[in-house]
Ligand binder design. Sequence first.
Ligand SMILES: [Mg+2]
Length: 161
Amino acid sequence: MSSVPDDAIISLVVFDMDDTLLGLNSVKLAYEVRPHTVEAILELWNIRNVLVALWSAGTEAYVSNMVDVVLLPAIHVKNPFFFFSRILTYEDTTNGFKDLNKICEVYDVPKERVVLIDDSIEQCNLNIMNGFRAIIVPPFQPESNLIDDRALVGLREKILA
Ligand SMILES: [Mg+2]
């Protein structure tokens, strides 16, 4: 299904969790999953040699709760590792900041093969300064859903660009 060459440069895509894939609906007071999350992740998995990971600067307890209670029921999946090769949490940060040097060590992957998808440029600053690639998407705001949120549509093409 893919026209992407087998030697695609990017092999690890790290999704931020809060306000990138999940957001708090301040009207309903409930967390929601961003539209097009499933298709975005599946189309990345369908590219040869691409892995997808989930990353939050939150604690492991917080992240696993959000994954189990919010994310998995919404995408009708029981096992998070169907979607994510790994779930990274506060312990994988440096002073609370996401540090892709750490993920390179965990996966044994060179930095030019890693891209972070995040809603916060502040959270990515360390990585951008270190020469990593980050794609910044607008924060997901579920209560303002008058227009379709398409931030995750076409992500594959941006990553492979
Ligand atoms: Mg975020």
